[in-house]
Design a protein around this ligand. Structure first.
Ligand code: TYM
Length: 330
């Protein structure tokens, strides 16, 4: 079976972008592949260093993944920081990563722009740590959203450089989505992608209450509607349809698309329907996640057993890497 790795940072509540960009793929992949899914707690320290939040955030991400349908019996679930092998591989890969390349990464430049007072080296080498996460299990497929595409390209470079300098060890992993194109879930304000740092009102969280969901959807950006049949859709309306397609029945979507094309659409009705469909989608996950999160004994058991299995695989890789580099002295 092919090896799959993916991670989610523990930086707060998960949102629909995480669900439809990543988790939806995890659910299917756990049936077909040899999967390692983890909470990227080290990565979260680059921007969220507060010790009082960390444990709760890790438990929450784990609980939300399990509530979404990830099954610890079908995939290996663990915390990144439980694998010291990742830190060692990260150190080794740093010698193959060039400053110039790292400084040019758009996600790094975004972080610098958003928070110029905390440009730490962990942010700069974020893609190197991410590559270590992936290569430590010698994964070939990495289910992620569109925003991670470039990090995967860098991961392939590091794998190539390692292989040609020291000898063949790593496959070159690719970013993966069932349905081919990587996904970018838009935010409700019609611009950009849904994200944790965005304006709260334009991001739908898996933890939102029914009323919050309805309110946010009703506030999504629209206009007074097309006045002539066949008017091309503005981006923010296209995005609204894209969001609707995630949760509403195909007939419902067709109905409103027809109304748009006939210039008779009422966005209020569309958003009302979409709000209800969102509630029906999110509420069961939210309730399940809540009860799982309260069961810390269960979560600890999942993390411990997952770490054990993941370390077995990680240890094999790091031993091979040391051997190829020549780190064996007695
Ligand atoms: P993170 O925690 O920001 O997001 C987790 C996953 O959700 C996807 N995602 C989206 N997909 C589509 N549309 C959106 N609006 C959207 N927002 C988030 C992300 O693409 C990601 O798949 N660097 C990673 C975590 C990571 C990782 C790894 C991933 C660390 N090591 C190794 C894969 C393999 C990140 O920041 O994800």
């Amino acid at each position: 079976k092919e090896i799959v790795v993916s991670g989610i940072r523990s930086t707060g509540y998960l949102h629909l972008g995480n669900y439809f960009g990543a988790i939806r793929n995890f659910l299917r992949m756990q049936e077909d592949f040899n999967c390692y899914f983890f909470v990227a707690d080290w990565h979260s320290l680059t921007t969220h260093p507060d010790p009082k939040d960390l444990r709760g955030n890790v438990y929450r991400v784990l609980a939300e993944n399990i509530a979404s349908g990830l099954d610890p019996e079908k995939c290996v679930l663990y915390a990144q920081s439980d694998l010291p092998e990742i830190a060692e591989l990260y150190l080794l890969l740093n010698m193959l990563a060039y400053m110039g390349e790292l400084e040019k990464v758009p996600t790094f430049k975004d972080k610098v722009r958003l928070n110029p007072n905390n440009v730490n080296a962990g942010l700069l080498t974020y893609p190197v740590l991410m590559s270590a996460d992936i290569l430590i299990h010698r994964a070939v497929k990495v289910p992620v959203g569109k925003d991670q595409e470039q990090h995967l390209e860098m991961c392939r470079h590091y794998a190539q450089r390692f292989n040609s300098r020291y000898g063949e060890l790593f496959p070159e992993p690719v970013a993966f989505n069932y349905g081919d194109n990587l996904v970018k879930i838009p935010s409700l304000d019609g611009s950009g992608k849904m994200s944790k740092s965005e304006n709260e009102m334009s991001t739908l969280y898996l933890a939102d209450s029914d009323d919050q969901i309805r309110k946010k959807v009703m506030k999504a950006k629209t206009d007074s509607g097309p006045t002539e049949p066949g008017t091309p859709m503005p981006d923010y309306i296209e995005n609204l349809f894209l969001l609707m397609k995630l949760v509403s029945a195909p007939d419902t979507v067709k109905f409103f698309e027809g109304a748009y094309n006939g210039a008779s659409i009422r966005y209020g009705d569309m958003k009302k329907q979409m709000g209800e469909d969102m509630v029906n989608f999110i509420a069961p996950i939210r309730e399940k996640a809540k009860s799982i999160q309260e069961d810390s004994a269960y979560l600890q058991k999942v993390l411990k057993e997952g770490a054990e299995k993941a370390r077995e695989s990680a240890n094999k890789t790091i031993r091979e890497a040391r051997k190829l580099i020549g780190i064996h002295y007695y």
